[in-house]
Design a protein around this ligand. Sequence first.
Ligand SMILES: [Zn+2]
Length: 436
Amino acid sequence: MSTPAEDVWLTGGTVFDATGREPFRADLRVSAGRVAQVVPLDPTSRPADRRGPGVAVEDVTGATVIPGLVDAHAHVGILRLHGQAALPAPVQAALVFAILADSLAQGFTTLRDLGGVDGGLVEAVRRGLVPGPRLLPSGQIISQTGGHGDFRGHVPAVSSATAGSGGCGHAHGQNPPTGADGLTLPMLLVDGPDAATRAAREQFHRGATQLKVFATGGLLSHGDPLEAPQLSQAELRAVVEVAEDRGSYVTAHAHTPRGLARAVRAGVRCIEHATLVDEATVELMAAHDVAAVATLTVSEVLRVDPASLGAGPVDPGDAARLRESAARAIALLESAGVRVGCGSDLIGERQHRRGWEVALHARLSGASVALQRATRVNAEICGIADEVGTLEVGKAADVAVFDGDLLAHPELLMTTRPRLVLAAGDVVSRGSEVLA
Ligand SMILES: [Zn+2]
């Protein structure tokens, strides 16, 4: 990438530091991969000349300088919900690597992957073999038999070929492979606390940084009722205890109140989607300081481009109700004082709409709140707020620079890419492509 020994000055831009402070004009210096200085500009004095030996100057006058974006709900390895295993493994890997590089180009310097990939992909990025964001993998999603993660179909089709290939001693009840190992891991079916404990430990063994469970049914799935809680209190508690012993946490997919409340009482720290919450549930979340990650992009993509998700025809009424529910949920969560983050939940071969999530949150909650969710709040939820999420001195220099006034026009996140992206101080993307 760029020469790391060089200091970089981003001069003349409007800095949105995501601490809650109003945007302000400032010069920002990056040194040794960190934010080293933020110097507010006095409009009356002449701009300082930042040039010098070992210094690169990027004039970003007229642009908005924000912390690198964090997608708190990604699935970089899920290229297709069905049939991915038929793609050659090298093709799957190439597509996943392209998704990682493209995420940087969209200004996303951190992705929390909530199911599919393991620590192997992190290693490939860390060694510099493929360009990609900071990646927080969850390994296999932990589900109950007959739950949201049960992909065996209604008739368990256990052929002798798949039954013998599991190698884990309980292959009779497991999902078939979904794709290349380490890129698209099948969801893991557990029943009973002992199986839950083992499943949780297994994910940390293969590099998970947090765990993901299914605590209710899903909206676009069949065979598991949306209202039904999934995993017992004892099973959820077993997973939570393993995570706590690792200094980590569990996040739970939950749409409906019963399963959501059970997961909160079992000690999960975060709820994904939280689409159909009621007042009692949001108060319980607030009392336990449990965060929510709202996911608005998928229902918007269903409205404008359902084919890209590989979904069949979707009843426009259903999609509209889903959007209304999500908007109502965000209002309830906000009024209860629950910390709300955001995640795109994108799947597919081209995951080029991560910025949509931020723009959609801006429509509901305003641009400043939306940008804070996609940076500082998501970093807090991911447990990495000491390192990233704001543009404060000492933080890792993960920075995205968008042409124009992002606070006045957050919809730019749907239509343009940042002109400049830095990850840990290195320039990783350049050029503000306008999206079709
Ligand atoms: Zn998801």
